[in-house]
Design a binder for this molecule. Structure first.
Ligand code: PLP
Length: 390
């Protein structure tokens, strides 16, 4: 830990434990202590740690072909793109290495499409207050939270912010310069904020009427987190562009931006690129992840476990006045608190449960989708003890 503090830039508030190994929903620290991991690398390890399908695929691919350039064809990339396209609204994929990069690609594609099809003055994107889209310059600009932008001005031109879950505000914010709207189906870092059931459908209708693009950031909600492969599937409508990362490679760093043919056509060779994007090693991890999630009814089971978990959190809410709200979809779940969540996170950790807290007063639970009801029972009893007397 002192090595880290001496040599690594100070951009994270780290908890003083050093993790060395993981298996399923459990991780172990350097002293051999076990933790139940209900954070899963922040909604990343949806199949849990060291899932054999992913480990085998990465091992095999690493020994065969780890990286060549996108100047050549590689089979794993074609296979993964086929799965994503078959399972979504999209016709084409672009691969990169993170959520921020996927959103950068989406912003560039939206601007390029608008520039070519709607005119050079249409470049403005509308995004949501309390959203989170990443840490690059374009994505902190898109992120509607000043705390992520502070100290980094000047930001990019061409962004406007409106309240989430408010179709009227979207309608009112559209100008002749607007080319699209970008939003999370459920706001993650903003505190697991779930909009009304008809919200995405209303956004779609407004986008159609004004001929602007609908971009969904499914970096956190995608790959089964909410109980469907993509959270937009609950809405009954389809976006024009979608971004993925976090759980896409179950821990292997990888991102993707997907779009319909109509929009994707705006990119031609030389417009956008990534050296590592979609390399065979990353794609082997993604293929194993997607095939396992889709082939083993992980989604169906996670919906059941999520409902069971929420039910038990409701029981804790009735018992502890500090909990004011329990909300979630699938296994993307939060407890809103009356006060600071940090002491609860620490108290859980001392008892062997890893969770985190977003926006100060919201406990966030994004466990691996493979957790059992026994794991939930254990987590709930630890949380119960951590809340005792507060
Ligand atoms: C985590 C996250 C990002 C950023 O992803 P990185 O891989 O950290 O760049 C973007 N959007 C959403 C919704 C996220 O949750």
């Amino acid at each position: 830990m002192s090595l880290t503090d001496a040599n690594i830039m100070n951009t994270y508030r780290r908890t003083p434990i050093a993790l060395v190994r993981g298996q399923g929903a459990r991780v172990w620290d350097a002293g051999g202590r076990q933790y139940l991991d209900f954070l899963a690398g922040i909604a990343v390890c949806n199949l849990g740690h060291a899932h054999p399908a992913v480990v085998d695929a990465v091992r095999r691919q690493a020994g065969e072909l780890m990286h060549v350039s996108n100047l050549y064809y590689t089979n794993p990339q074609a296979e993964v793109a086929r799965i994503l396209v078959e399972r979504s609204f999209a016709d084409k994929a672009f691969f990169c290495n993170s959520g921020a990069e996927a959103n950068e690609a989406a912003i560039k594609l939206a601007r390029k499409y608008a520039h070519e099809n709607l005119g050079p003055d249409k470049y403005e994107l509308i995004t949501m207050k309390d959203s989170f889209h990443g840490r690059t310059m374009a994505t902190i600009t898109a992120t509607g939270q000043e705390k992520f932008q502070f100290g980094f001005t000047p930001l990019l031109d061409g962004f406007r912010y409106i309240p989430f879950n408010n179709p009227e505000a979207l309608e009112a914010a559209i100008t002749p310069r607007t080319c699209g709207v970008m939003l999370e189906p459920i706001q993650g870092e903003g505190g697991v904020i779930i909009p009304d059931d008809d919200y995405l459908a209303r956004v779609r209708e407004i986008c159609d009427r004004h001929k602007i693009l609908m971009i969904v950031d499914e970096v956190q909600t995608g790959i089964g987190r909410t109980g469907k492969l993509f959270a937009y599937e609950y809405s009954g409508v389809k976006p024009d562009i979608m971004t993925l990362a976090k759980a896409l490679g179950n821990g292997f760093p990888v991102g993707a931006m997907l779009a319909t043919n109509e929009i994707a056509r705006a990119f031609s060779p030389g417009n956008h690129a990534s050296t590592f994007g979609g390399n065979p090693l990353a794609m082997a991890a993604v293929q194993a992840t997607l095939e396992t999630i889709l082939g083993q009814d992980i989604l169906g089971r996670s919906l059941e476990t999520g409902a069971y978990f929420r039910q038990h959190l409701e029981r804790l809410k009735a018992k502890h006045s500090m909990i004011t709200d329990v909300r979630g979809k699938g296994l993307m779940i939060a407890c809103a608190l009356t006060g600071d969540g940090a002491p609860i996170v620490s108290a859980c950790q001392e008892r062997g449960l890893l969770i985190n807290c977003t926006g100060g007063k919201t406990l966030r639970f994004v466990p691996p989708l493979i957790i059992t009801k026994n794991d939930v029972d254990e987590a709930v009893s630890i949380l119960d003890a951590a809340l005792e007397g507060r």
